[in-house]
Design a protein around this ligand. Sequence first.
Ligand SMILES: *[C@@H]1O[C@H](CO)[C@@H](O)[C@H](O)[C@H]1NC(C)=O
Ligand SMILES: *[C@@H]1O[C@H](CO)[C@@H](O)[C@H](O)[C@H]1NC(C)=O
Ligand SMILES: [Ca+2]
Length: 238
Amino acid sequence: MTGTVSLLGYFALALTVTSCLAAISDVKSNNPVTQKPGRFLSLPVPLKCSQRPKEFTYKGRNYFYSGHTQQYKTSKVDWLEARNICREYCMDLVSIETEEENNLIFRLIQQNDAPYIWTSGRLCDFKGCENRTDLEPKNVNGWFWSATRGKILATDQTPNGWSYNPWSKSGHKKKPQPDNAEFDINGTVESCLSVLNNVYGDGIAWHDIGCYHEKPFVCEDSDELINYVASTNPSLQL
Ligand SMILES: *[C@@H]1O[C@H](CO)[C@@H](O)[C@H](O)[C@H]1NC(C)=O
Ligand SMILES: *[C@@H]1O[C@H](CO)[C@@H](O)[C@H](O)[C@H]1NC(C)=O
Ligand SMILES: [Ca+2]
């Protein structure tokens, strides 16, 4: 988990909504930073935070799968919109730091026959990441969890403390993920991390995917957003 610390510096610099740190200062200044023109990271809505869906709890954090809510039962949204739906509930897209948590998410997908879900995983391919030699090669060392800013360990090996590599061994090009396959087709970078359910006959596994694709999603409590809303709404039950 050494990467978590070393990433903080550049995320503080990254002028993008993919940085939750920026998001927090935005919450305070009420001035969201754009990722693309016209698109913003959403602020938490205190009442929604207090009434957020709590489908299951793991390590003290609540989670829900969009397909299990009345409101988002059939919703498929792009990566940023998925983040924003979660964020209004003081949550964010799920960050999968351990094998145990991954097994939980894989099981959720399997038991519900979900085709795929968005996670908060993101390639650091935006402003602030350019000159970071420690993130090279990008497809191996350039991935992180947007929700927590934690580094995702090297994609080409079994992560430390895991018994398997969660990245798929196959995909569009029949090559291990991340493969940035859509870039070869039409120049769209596959910058977002989705868990796909056997789309390439490869079982349930992680894939890099273009962020514009529309998918159901899994939200996880955001400590930062909950703490922020709690501090500004001391009587609110969260
Ligand atoms: C990154 O490197 C490029 C050239 O390699 C330079 O033009 C640019 O100013 C650098 N950016 C930062 C933030 O240091
Ligand atoms: C790139 O190709 C994919 C797959 O054919 C397509 O869905 C997508 O719209 C294309 N994107 C652009 C920018 O052309
Ligand atoms: Ca891919």
